[in-house]
Each structure stands twice: as C-alpha cells, then as structure tokens.
Design a protein around this ligand. Structure first.
Ligand SMILES: [Fe+2]
Length: 321
C-alpha cells in the first residue's frame, strides 16, 4: 500500500471494505487512509460509515488506543453503565481496558478513527483475506471464538450491559466540540487540548486549533515528527519544501513527513485537528501562556521563543502570540 500521500481527500483510500462483524444490514463501510507506522504504531487512520442499526459489540482492548472524531450523524457511545450520543465534532478517546460499544442512530453517521498501537484495520484486511480464501473455516463460530485476536491483543466481547442516558459531557471518553482539557488563547489562534499525553502512554497529544484567516503555522527542515492534521472546517494553504502548494479543505487529511520544512496558512475561519501531536505542546503552551501574563515582550523575541520550543520539544512556530 501507499503510505506516502501527503494530501488525502475523503475518497482517496488505500482500501474500502465492509466493517462491522455484527451481521446488521446494510453493513458499514471502512475507508482506509493511513497504515500505522513506527514503534508505537501511530496514525492508523480510517473512516467508518455507518447505517442506523449498525453496532460495534461491547468489547475492550488490552492494548492500543482509539481516538474517534464523529464527522456526521449520531453515534451512541456505551461504556461503564452510561450511554451518550456523540455528534459532529465530538472526539471519543478509548484507552486499553475501557469496555465500550457504539450504536449508529442516524443515516450518514460516520467517524474518523485514529489508532495508536492497535493495527486494527491492518488486521481486518488480513481477516478479509482469510475469509475470501477459507470462508468455510474463517466464518465458523468455532474459529471466530478461538481467534478474536487483534495483533496479539485479545478483543473481549461481552453482552451489551444496561446503560442509562447521560449528556455527552458526563461521559469522560467524549470530548465535545466546545470542550477542552486545557485551553489557551492568543491573537488569531485558540488551542484546545482534547486528548492528553497521559491518555496515550506518553506517545502523543490531540489538539483542536481554531484559527483566524491569515494565521500561519511554520516549521523548518529539522522538524523531528510527522504531522497529521484533519481539516475539520474551513481551509488552509499548505506549502512544503520542493513541492507545489496545495489547498486542503474540510474533511481532508494532511500527513506530512518529518524533516520537511513547510507552512500552513489559514484561508478562512478554520478548525484544524492535530491528531498526532508528538511534540510536547501542553508544556510549551503552559510556558507561553505564563509569559503572556508575566512578560509578554518575551514572546515577541524570536530567539527566546525558539529556545522555549526546543526546551519543550515542540517545533511548530505559531504566527504571532
Ligand atoms: Fe474498540
């Protein structure tokens, strides 16, 4: 498969196949965008398109993290005796040993899934290959009971438990569009922390960047991490070293290799989701936000800001503080 695409539009898929194993019809579809990579298996990205009645059975993973962005419709999330409906813009973050189930409630319900350490879609593709070659064996109850394995992780299935309705704000795994674990405001940019590093075994953070037109993010060729942005709304112009600039619009993914200089310019009011932030942006924001109050002149000093970024291992330069 081709994992080198930088500008990924919604229909630019690596694979497109049926998804949910619960037998409900019509079967949901899975569009596969990015294969996992690196020692932590980060940034496996796909989109699940659901029909009303589709259900992912109640289960838990013994390793790996699932971060979902609801991108349309209504998806009921069930976990730990509660259930709530997540809608467009809500993020759902599931950690290991958190039992969970989802039920699609409306037409055109969809979500983007960003996995870490799960190799989930990669395994689903292997399962489809086995079914096509040896369907009589692969689909038998005995085989399925003995092989609910996902890359070595047991995928426990339970009966769906009784759950009571709560608002999305009362389900800790749901981060609504407006909510933030931490929020930082500067001229032209508001940064909302949606998933903290303590929720990913220290591997990454997830941020919602709310940008005004003309705001610029930039980095040099020494940027040590890949970038994975989901353009949730609005549009941005992306310029990368040695390449023709391109415009990324709502629902496009931008997946940029490390050690490639570039910049992102905001063309209109835009919400950009940084789904794989490996740099320590929370630490950098805490520091920058403190200087904003105590000594704002320091944030106009390019050398000082550069030093602060290096100290916190975060390497994307914000247009203005
Ligand atoms: Fe799951």
């Amino acid at each position: 498969m081709d994992n080198t695409r930088i500008h990924i539009t919604p229909d630019d898929v690596l694979a497109d196949f049926d998804e949910i194993p619960d037998g409900s019809e019509p079967r949901s579809r899975c569009k596969y965008y990015i294969e996992p990579y690196g020692i932590h298996g980060i940034n496996e990205a796909c989109e699940a398109n659901y029909y009303p009645g589709n259900r992912v059975p109640y289960h838990e993973h013994v390793s790996g993290f699932e971060t979902f962005l609801v991108d349309g419709g209504a998806i009921e999330v069930l976990t730990l005796s509660k259930k709530a409906v997540a809608r467009k813009g809500d993020i759902v973050h599931i950690t290991p040993y958190t039992p969970h189930s989802i039920h699609a409630l409306e037409e055109d319900s969809k979500w983007r899934a960003f996995h870490q350490g799960l190799w989930l879609v990669a395994t689903m593709i292997d399962e489809r290959a086995l079914q096509s070659r040896h369907g009589d064996v692969a689909l038998s109850p005995e085989f399925r009971a003995a092989n609910t394995m996902r890359n070595g992780s047991k995928w426990f299935d339970y009966l769906t438990p009784e759950c009571r309705d709560v608002s999305p704000d009362n389900l800790p795994c749901i981060r609504t569009l407006e909510s933030a674990l931490a929020c930082y405001d500067f001229d032209g940019i508001s940064l909302k922390l949606k998933v903290g590093r303590w929720e990913t075994l220290g591997v990454k953070e997830v941020w919602q960047l709310e940008l005004k037109p003309g705001y610029t993010l930039s980095w040099d060729e020494m940027h040590p991490f890949t970038h994975l942005y989901d353009v949730f709304s609005g549009s941005v112009r992306v310029t990368l070293e040695g390449m023709e600039p391109f415009t990324a619009r709502a629902r496009d993914l931008v997946h940029i290799p490390k050690f490639l200089a570039g910049k992102i310019e905001t063309l209109e009011d835009t919400i950009l989701l940084d789904m794989g932030c490996q740099g320590f942006l929370t630490r950098f924001m805490d520091a920058a936000n403190t200087y904003k109050t105590t000594d704002p002149a320091k944030l106009k000093d390019a050398a000082f800001v550069q030093e602060l970024m290096t100290k916190h291992d975060y390497h994307v330069l914000f247009g203005a503080f």
